[in-house]
Design a protein around this ligand. Sequence first.
Ligand code: KIV
Length: 267
Amino acid sequence: MGRKMTAPEIRGMKERGEKIVCLTAYDYCFARILDEAGIDLLLVGDSLGSVVQGHESTLPVTVEDIIYHTRAVIRGRRRALVVSDMPFMTFQLGVDEAKRNAGRLVQEGGAEAVKLEGGLTQAAAIEALVKMGVPVMGHVGLTPQSVHQFGGYRIQGRGEADARAIFEDAVAVEESGAFAIVLEGIPVQLAREITQRLTIPTIGIGAGMHCDGQILVVHDMLGLFDDFTPKFVKRYADLKETIGGAVRSYMDEVRTAAFPAEEHAFH
Ligand code: KIV
C-alpha cells in the first residue's frame, strides 16, 4: 500500500521535491479507484455542487452534503489523505462557526483535514482550526465561492495590485499554520513566485507547472462532465462517451433479447 498520507507527509513532499498528485472524490467507488491508483490526496470538494448535484455554482453546498460525501470517500480509501471542503457560510460568519463546522467534518465525516477559501480575511479562522488540531489547506486566487464578486470565473491576479494581494494572501495562509495551499486560476509567474516564497506546498489548478502539486476535478479529467471545460483541464479519458456506448449496447441487447443469455440465468 505504501506509507499512509498525512498532513505532515504532504508537507514533507515539498521538502523532498516530490510532486503531490491530488484529485477530487465524492463517493466510495471513485475513492477506491483513485486510492488504489496511488493518488496522494483526495479532496471532497464543494465542486460536488456542480458535478454531482447539477448546480451552477458551489454556493448551495451545505456542511451536511460534505459530511455525507466524506463518509463515503473515507470508506473507499486506504492510503490517500482525505481533505474536506468547508462550504460557503460555514466559516465566513466567524471563528466559532468555523471551529464548529470543521469539527463536524472531522467528527461526523471522518475528514483528516479541511480546506477553506480565503487569505488574510480567514487568517484567524485558519489559526483557530490548527490550534484545535485540525490540519488546514488554504485556497487563494480564483476562489469559486466569491464568483459573484469576481463577476464570473475569471483568472485572478493579472494586474500588479491584484497579484500582490494574492501573494500576501498566500503568505498569510502559511503564517496562520496551514499545511498546504491551493492556488487556483492565477498566472503562471505569480504561482511560481508564491511557490518559491512559501515553505508549505502549493497545489495548483489553472496555475501552471511550477506548483508543488496539482489538483483537478475528477469528473473533468475523466471527461464525465462537459457542461463547461476550463482551458486548464486536460482530459485523460472520455468516460461520458464510453458510458453512453455501454448503455447503448445494453439497450440493444435487451431489446433484441440477446441479454440476459444462458450464462446469466439461474436454474
Ligand atoms: O471544490 C473543489 O473541488 C476545489 C478544487 C477544484 C480545488 O476547490
